[in-house]
Write a new protein. Structure first.
Length: 557
């Protein structure tokens, strides 16, 4: 096989295995093994990119396997969402999707083998008693009174467990290792428990289910995986992973390699905590655009290319760390700046009437679709007597260096004319409801008279053709300043994480389907949401235009 340059320590390990011919034909076979007990989050995106990326780099294979060993928390909905997430990121698994439940019979048979070898026994201790007997880092564990049952009795009891003779928690099957082991995980861990629960694939066929630590290495071995890439919290479990495979009847065994999980500021990467937010109704669902789930990120408008770029930039490390959310937003901007067409959309409209513009006149003005993409062309935007500008672009008593519109001041309307504010109209409460302005007919963009310079340039929409648009402005679900990790996630939620505005967009927005991403001039990047109905766009703000990460990089340079 060709020599490959390593970019991280995992590839160093794989290259060493190839050089030493650890696996036949120098093969590389990885897997992505999520538990279908919730939607995947951004941390899983790193694992997906890593495992499938290794398969691609080494011309090997990558399986998608669902470790579905806990039927009380698993659903077919989660299985389908995970498949969608993997494909959205741009990867495809080897063959059909696999399930640990496909191997339940083989796992049961192997457990019987371990019993015959004196390496497993049926225990009657409760879960609380097992925990108490296990000891701690300073105290060795104590053997169960049922640890030395005969092989025959253990086989009979294990068969009775399978046949449904015992209630939940009444008996368990434990590995017989060492109750004094320094690694507490090796102190006779539980392999099987009695659980009378309906499984989303096997139905009621089983009433005993294997624990993850037993099912995971066996599933890897059955699928002929070579490198089992896990996050760092499984490092202490590696001796148990290897122990369970000692008697596995194959010349080649998979090996476990651990890497640091992905932590991102403002994001929770715990399916258990995310489930609490969903069940409490704090968010609209697993795909709420504020959620750090892959489906939420997708609905927010992030691109798979940006997410893969992000995972590539942060690399693979051995030590846990937290990545600034600014880097992810930078990757999104970098990907969208040449892709996303520009549109003019006013989020908080303020009416402008051009008093010297003919009331019955309307013209079409050419506007670039994307100045960063010369091939994107131009579109024609309607212009007339009545317009809307951004309310924040006007100040009745302007502060210093306010170069937008103010009484007696001039600005240029993007790709249109220079206008001057002549009069401010207020309602009975004193709120500004309209600006009366005059335009300079000789200042039209693209004409000789357009050379006259003013400092401010504003985006706008034509009142007669403006499309009412619901704009959802998302902020971080959790404030980056909130470091009180002892509080429940629902207590830390940023109440200002969603603001909904009645915006107005230029009519071109109606030409684009759901999922189209734009840059709204001077506002940020937006995407058309799935809540959109005919003639009534709903858009999510993906990310603002302000790039703090780029500034941080410049300062460090």
């Amino acid at each position: 096989m060709e020599e490959r340059k390593s970019s991280n320590f995992i590839e160093n390990e794989i290259n060493a295995d190839i050089a030493d011919e650890v696996y036949a034909d120098q093969r590389v076979h990885t897997r992505f093994p999520p538990e279908p007990n919730g939607y995947l989050h951004i941390g899983h995106a790193k694992s997906i990119c890593l495992n499938f990326g290794l398969g691609e780099k080494y011309h090997g294979k990558t399986n998608l396997r669902f470790d579905d060993t806990n039927p009380t928390k698993e659903e077919a909905e989660y299985v389908e969402s995970i498949k969608e997430d993997v494909r959205w990121l741009g990867f495809e698994w080897e063959g059909e999707a696999h399930f640990a439940s496909d191997y339940f019979e083989q796992m049961y048979t192997y457990a019987q083998q371990l019993i015959r070898e004196g390496k497993a026994y049926v225990d009657d201790l409760s879960s609380e008693e097992i925990k108490a007997y296990r000891g701690d880092f300073n105290t060795p564990g104590k053997e169960s009174p049922w640890r030395n049952r005969s092989v025959e009795e253990n086989l009979r009891l294990f068969a009775e467990m399978r046949d449904g003779k015992y209630g939940d928690g009444e008996k368990v099957l434990r590995a017989k290792i060492d109750m004094a082991a320094p690694n507490i995980i090796m102190r006779d861990p539980v392999m099987y428990r009695v659980l009378h629960a309906h499984h989303h694939r096997t139905g009621d066929r089983w009433c005993i289910y294997p624990l993850y630590d037993y099912a995971h290495p066996l599933s890897d071995a059955i699928e002929n995986i070579t490198h089992s890439i896990c996050t760092l919290e499984f490092e202490d479990h590696r001796p148990l992973y290897n122990w369970f495979l000692e008697s596995w009847p194959a010349k080649e065994h998979p090996r476990q390699i651990e890497f640091a999980r992905l932590n991102v500021t403002t994001m929770i990467t715990s399916k258990r905590k995310l489930r609490r937010l969903v069940e409490a109704g704090i968010v609209s669902g697993w795909d709420d655009p504020r959620m750090p789930t892959i489906s939420g990120i997708r609905r927010r408008g992030y691109t798979p290319e940006a997410l893969r770029d992000f995972c590539e930039r942060i690399g693979v490390a051995k030590n846990d760390s937290t990545v600034d959310i600014g880097l992810l937003e930078f990757c999104v901007r970098e990907d969208l700046k040449t892709k996303a067409p520009r549109l003019m959309t006013v989020l908080e409209p303020l009416k402008v009437v051009l008093t010297n513009y003919p009331a019955d006149r309307q013209e079409l003005l050419p506007v670039e679709n994307n100045p960063d993409d010369p091939q994107a062309g131009v579109r024609e935007v309607p212009f007339g007597r009545e317009l809307y500008i951004e309310r924040a672009d006007f100040m009745e008593e302007p502060v210093k260096k306010f170069f937008r519109l103010a009484p007696g001041k001039e600005v240029r309307l993007k790709n249109a004319y220079i206008i001057r504010c002549d009069e401010v109209v207020k309602d009975a409460s004193g709120e500004i409801v309209e600006l009366r302005c005059s335009y300079d007919p000789d200042s039209k963009s693209g004409t000789p008279g357009s050379q006259r310079k003013v400092k401010g340039v504003l985006h706008w929409v034509n009142a007669a053709t403006a499309v009412p648009t619901e704009a959802r402005l998302y902020e971080y679900l959790f404030s980056p300043e909130d470091t009180a990790d002892d509080r429940a996630p629902e207590e830390k939620v940023n109440e200002a994480s969603l603001r909904v505005l009645a915006a107005l967009a230029e009519p071109a927005i109606l030409e684009y389907p759901v999922g189209t991403r734009f840059q709204f001039m001077r506002q940020g990047y937006f995407v058309i949401d799935t809540d959109t109905t005919a003639g009534h766009p709903v858009v999510n703000r993906i990310v603002g235009l302000r790039d703090t990460w780029a500034k941080i990089r410049a300062q460090k340079a």
